[in-house]
Design a protein around this ligand. Structure first.
Ligand code: NAD
Length: 429
């Protein structure tokens, strides 16, 4: 880690193993030289505004008591309320939630929606718990972080292993504690509770829209393009479906159960139905299986990591043979792997714009909740596509102007917007 980043490492993270937060700090260091006079505020970006760690004690179905560690981090709220999902995963760490919250600040600023950045997580393996236990874990967690969330302060949403039902429990818990039903306290809710049409598919749709723009720039047709995707959940599954519908060949999908491969292109609707029914893509027929190493080395036009962070590292970056890497997941590529891929001529469409479709429709959901007036799916998809195309075009123009990567360009645009807001607001007191 560069020395200037190490200095701003919070005392509660180990300098020897700063985790994803260390990757984020490196990304900020890379952008600092382009921030002009705003660079004097850059330390703001390197420290989360507020970090909350909570104990989540829950009685399990068998009568025993289990304790889970929960987090909510608000990275930056200069441009608006904190916004970001809540992840349920056994390996969630504070460093990870901090980095994810920071990437939310950058993302909301990159696509210019009026939010800051936040993120939450619980160290729990949801597959080991019954729906009733998950409900109790969710409700207790929202009770514990209740003092820092709200429709005008910090708005959770779904992330890995959380869904519309969990958002409904979050909204209900907040309503029970405050005595007011405020749908705008979370986004990604069921439609019957004020959720937005198109929210479930929004992130994957946004991935498809920016991937198509990047392909246009690279002179690659979507129809017939070979696509490989890691992750077959909300983001990866929707992206797979849209590429399939638009004539691309999705030749491989990797998830936590294995890798499936079919050179002529997988039948995506059937793969999605199989994954829904069995819990993963493994054993889908007709398809071959590959090792994860073979998956990353596939020759493709587009490769989409849409699972977890730090999947593309110095260990596999040189094996990757794709033309365009579109980061559906948050933080899937480490900074060193990013350099290696760039040296190898791979175009990287960074997470902060590639997967911003979700937060864009979350913004639409929040606006609809405040006005209690709901839009059609056509209006939502049209506005989503407009936001995503505009964000990609403006970042691509910044990349050309400064002769930098799309990631650095996205960070220049986003960090400038955040720090401008910081500067005009001034420091209190
Ligand atoms: P999800 O829970 O719906 O799906 C996650 C997928 O990742 C599953 O297919 C799972 O099998 C796979 N996976 C998990 N561990 C894996 C492993 N070790 N190896 C291979 N595959 C593995 O989650 P999601 O909502 O699709 O989120 C995926 C990524 O996209 C995350 O990084 C998330 O932060 C990011 N993201 C999600 C949204 C959203 O709206 N859901 C928005 C922006 C970014």
């Amino acid at each position: 880690m560069p020395e200037n980043s190490a200095q701003s490492l919070p005392s509660y993270l180990s300098p020897d193993n700063p985790g994803p937060w260390g990757n984020y700090l490196e990304q900020v260091d890379r952008v600092a030289p382009y921030l002009g006079s705003l660079a004097k505020w850059v330390e703001t970006l390197k420290r989360p505004h507020r970090t909350l760690i909570v104990d989540v004690p829950v009685e399990l179905d068998d009568g025993t008591i289990a304790h889970f560690e929960g987090y909510r981090v608000q990275h930056n709220i200069a441009r608006g309320p904190g916004k970001g999902g809540v992840r349920f995963h056994p390996q969630v760490t504070l460093s990870e939630v901090m980095a994810l919250s920071a990437w939310m600040s950058v993302k909301t600023a990159a696509v210019n929606v009026p939010f800051g950045g936040a993120k939450g997580g619980i160290r729990v393996d949801p597959h080991q718990h019954s729906p009733r236990e998950i409900e109790r874990i969710t409700r207790r967690y929202i009770n514990e972080i209740g003092m820092i969330i709200g429709p005008n302060t910090d708005i959770p949403a779904p992330d890995v292993n959380t869904n519309a039902q969990i958002m409904a429990w979050m909204m209900d818990t907040y309503a029970m504690n405050t005595g007011i039903t405020q749908p705008g306290v979370v986004t990604g809710k069921p439609i019957s509770l004020g959720g937005s049409l198109g929210r479930v598919e929004a992130t994957g749709r946004g991935v498809f829209v920016v991937a198509s723009e990047a392909m246009k720039d690279a002179g690659i047709e979507v129809s017939g393009a070979r696509v490989a995707i890691q992750g077959c959940g909300n983001v990866g599954g929707t992206a797979a479906q849209l590429f399939h519908e638009n004539g691309a060949k999705v030749i491989a999908i990797q998830d936590h159960t294995g890798v499936i491969y079919q050179d002529s292109g997988l039948d995506i609707p059937k793969v999605l139905a199989h994954a829904q029914e069995t819990g993963g893509v493994a054993d889908f027929t007709p398809a071959d299986t590959l090792t994860p190493e073979e998956f990353w080395a596939l020759e493709t036009e587009v490769l989409i990591p849409a699972a977890l962070e730090e999947q593309i590292t110095v260990d596999n970056a040189n094996q990757i043979r794709t033309k365009i890497l579109v980061e559906g997941a948050n933080g899937p590529t480490t900074p060193k792997a990013d350099d290696m891929l760039t040296d190898n001529g791979v175009i990287i469409v960074p997470d902060v714009i590639a997967n911003a479709g979700g937060v864009s429709v979350s913004y639409f959901e929040w606006v609809q909740n405040f006005s209690s007036f709901f839009w059609t799916i056509e209006e939502i998809n049209e506005r989503l596509e407009a936001i995503m195309r505009e964000a990609y075009r403006s970042i691509s123009a910044t990349a050309k102007e400064h002769k930098v990567s799309l990631r650095t360009a996205a960070f220049i645009t986003a960090c400038s917007r955040i720090l401008e807001a910081r500067e005009v607001r001034g420091l209190y007191p």
